[in-house]
Design a binder for this molecule. Structure first.
Ligand code: ZN
Ligand code: ZN
Length: 376
C-alpha cells in the first residue's frame, strides 16, 4: 500500500518531573491493524496527568500526557469496523482486547490482553527516540494513534469540546455511581472533592435518584457549581464538621455511599467516619504511589461496610459512553458548564497550574475550532 508510515505532529512533551513542558515536533505512526488515528479537537486536563507531571506516580520520560480526548478519525487500520475516516469520536485510555478473561466477563478496565500499542509507542522525537504514550493516549498533541476499542462515535449534534469530558472525568464520576456503587433511589450520598470527577459523581447520584447529596470541598467557590449539578448540601472540611453537616442534612443518618474523588489520603481517613452501617466507601481518586490509610477492620465487619475501588468508573466504553451521550442530549447531564477555561497547546503549563491550584472544574487544551459553543 502506498502511504507514509509516519506523520509530523506538534505535541506537548514532558521530559522530567517539575520541568516546563516543551512543545515539539514529533512523528506519529500510521494506523496498523486494529488501530485508529484521530485528529484531536480537545483534550481535557485530568488530575492523573498532574500526578505524573508532579512526580506523584512513577513513569517513563519523555512522554506525552493527555487522555480525555475528542476529535475526528483521519485513518483506520485493517480490521477496524466501529468507525470510519471522518467519524467524530471520544477517545479514552480504556483499551480492551475483547478476548481475555476479564474482557469476556465484561470487566473492561481489567483487560489483560496484549495489544501492540502497549509495548511500542507510536511517537518519536526529532532524534528518532521513542516518546512514551502517556495513559494509553497522548492527547496533548495534534493527533493520537489508539486501539479501536478506545474510540466511541459521537453524534454530529454534540460539540466535540464537551464530548472530550466523556473520555475520563465524567465517565469516571458517573460510572462510580452507576457501575461500581450502584446508587439507588432515595440513597444518601457524600462526594468528597468537587473537581471534574466529583462533579460527575454528583450528577450520577442525582440521575440515580439519590435523596441527599452532600458535596464536600475545601474550595468554597466549587460549592455553587456542585449545587447547580445536583448536590443538595455542601460542606467545607476546613471550616465545617463534615459528620455534623451530614447529620444535619439527613436528620441523624450517615451515608449509603461516600465517594472520595480526590487523591488526598487525609480525605480517605475522614471519609470512613461518614459511612453508615451497610454502606460503602468508594475510592475514585487515586493517591500517590505508596500512600496508605488506617481503618478499624473489626468495626468494618461489625457494621457490614464495604470499601470499593473504582477504576475509570468500572466503565465499558461501548455501553457507558452512548448512555452519557443520551443523558447529555436529553438535558439530564450538564457538561458545558463544567468547562471552566480553554487554552491552546502552547499555554499548557498555564492550564496545568489552573488544575494544580484547584481553580477549575475542567480546563481544555483545544485545537482548531473546538472551543465551547463551537460545533466543529
Ligand atoms: Zn483521567
Ligand atoms: Zn482483554
Amino acid at each position: 500500500m502506498d502511504r507514509p508510515d509516519s506523520h509530523q505532529i506538534q505535541a506537548a512533551v514532558h521530559r522530567a518531573v517539575g520541568e516546563p513542558t516543551s512543545i515539539e515536533n514529533l512523528t506519529i505512526s500510521s494506523a496498523g491493524p486494529g488501530e485508529v488515528r484521530v485528529a484531536v479537537s480537545a483534550c481535557a486536563i485530568c488530575h492523573s496527568d498532574l500526578m505524573y507531571v508532579d512526580g506523584g506516580w512513577a513513569t517513563d520520560f519523555p512522554l506525552v500526557l493527555g487522555h480525555e480526548v475528542s476529535g475526528c478519525v483521519v485513518e483506520i487500520g485493517e480490521n477496524v469496523s466501529n468507525v470510519t475516516v471522518g467519524t467524530p469520536v471520544v477517545v479514552s485510555l480504556i483499551r480492551t482486547c475483547g478476548q481475555c478473561r476479564p474482557c469476556l466477563k465484561g470487566q473492561d478496565v481489567a483487560c489483560e490482553g496484549e495489544i501492540p500499542l502497549d509495548v511500542k509507542s507510536p511517537l518519536k522525537d526529532k532524534d528518532g527516540l521513542a516518546v512514551s504514550q502517556g495513559l494509553n493516549t497522548s492527547g496533548f498533541a495534534e493527533q493520537v494513534l489508539v486501539h479501536h476499542s478506545q474510540v466511541v462515535e459521537i453524534p454530529e449534534e454534540m460539540p466535540l469540546s464537551v464530548a472530550s469530558l466523556l473520555g475520563c472525568g465524567v465517565l469516571t464520576g458517573v460510572g462510580a455511581t452507576r457501575n461500581t456503587a450502584e446508587v439507588g433511589e432515595g440513597d444518601i450520598v457524600v462526594v468528597i472533592g468537587c473537581g471534574g470527577v466529583g462533579i460527575g459523581a454528583i450528577q450520577g447520584a442525582r440521575l440515580a435518584g439519590a435523596e441527599i447529596i452532600l458535596a464536600v470541598d475545601p474550595e468554597d467557590h466549587k460549592h455553587g457549581a456542585a449545587m447547580d449539578m445536583g448536590a443538595t448540601h455542601t460542606a467545607n472540611p476546613k471550616t465545617d464538621d463534615v459528620v455534623e453537616a451530614l447529620n444535619e442534612a439527613t436528620g441523624g443518618r450517615l451515608a449509603d455511599h461516600v465517594f472520595v474523588a480526590t487523591s488526598s489520603v487525609t480525605a480517605l481517613s475522614e471519609a470512613i467516619e461518614l459511612v453508615s452501617t451497610m454502606g460503602a466507601l468508594v475510592l475514585v481518586g487515586m493517591p500517590a504511589d505508596g500512600a496508605t490509610f488506617t481503618i478499624d477492620p473489626g468495626l468494618l465487619a461489625a457494621q457490614n461496610q464495604r470499601i470499593l475501588g473504582s477504576k475509570m468508573g468500572t466503565a465499558r466504553l461501548s455501553i457507558d459512553v452512548p448512555a452519557l451521550i443520551d443523558d447529555y442530549l436529553t438535558g439530564e447531564l450538564s457538561l458545558d458548564s463544567m468547562i471552566s477555561s480553554t487554552h491552546p497547546l502552547e499555554d499548557i503549563d498555564k492550564a496545568f497550574e489552573e488544575v494544580r491550584t484547584g481553580q477549575v472544574l475542567r480546563t481544555l487544551i483545544v485545537f482548531n475550532d473546538a472551543s465551547p459553543g463551537g460545533n466543529p
